[in-house]
Ligand binder design. Sequence first.
Ligand SMILES: [Zn+2]
Length: 342
Amino acid sequence: MASGSVEPSSAMSDFLEKSNGYAILDGGLATELERHGADLNDPLWSAKCLISSSHLIKRVHLDYLEAGADIIITASYQATIQGFEAKGLSREKSESLLWKSVEIAREARDSYYKEHGECLVNDVGNGSLLNQRPILVAASVGSYGAYLADGSEYDGNYGDLVTLETLKDFHRRRVQVLAESGADLIAFETIPNKLEAQAYAELLEEDDKNIPAWFSFNSKDGVNVVSGDSLLECASIADACKKVIAVGINCTPPRFIQGLILSIKKVTTKPILIYPNSGETYDPERKEWVKSTGISDEDFVSYVTKWREVGASLIGGCCRTTPNTIRAISKALSKGFAAPLQ
Ligand SMILES: [Zn+2]
């Protein structure tokens, strides 16, 4: 994937081929950072740790690698240049924190390889992976709503004043910085509406960026994305963009996932990724998760083989999932669900 000569469209398929046809993503970052003692009570959320406690982020990445994750997602979901500048940081410092999010994940990967003697990425410089377990670093980009931190990432309603150009201008520099950061791909996560998907697709085509991406939407009714826009239309935008190598759903209750996979399959043949939340609901006003609405790791995992059967090839967890969830997913998938039903 790091190779410039690989067509973006086949990069994910090649990667999946090397990992038995499926790959495991990591799980929730914020929950784990808090468990390790980080205080995330801040509009910058997990990005705050980039400033104050990067060692904890590395620890969590390592925990997920140990649990079986093949792809780790950086702590940049809520890291935006505008957000850092609002905290009084310079433009330069803000951009360096985006870089740092990728650097921490790459360091975690290096440490993991070192510890497990798997550092076999060839040194010819063409980036092909020779080891049995390739690990990718995905640079997270959260939505405009995640930056606003007002809950609009969960309803996708930005109001009439926000246009395609507004969103492109908002995301442009961050995407440029992350594209050159040494990440293997960009993870556009929790995309709440069609307009933002379109903005990302157009940004990826700008100035010939040499990095692939995945698009991941969220849904709260199991049919449409959270804004009410058609998932089919959103996934079609991802399908039409050459730089997009996988399309899917994250931060959505497990019970909706199977139907959503079937929908996405109608409009794309690209690999499908899913990383649901634990099923607990988030109260945007109180800015906290309502416990008691979630499901256990065992229940979560009972869905996993079904998701794989109906066509998901990248599976992990979002908010409130833990290394235990990922370990359980890894175990369930290794029990021989090599190929989805066609
Ligand atoms: Zn989430």
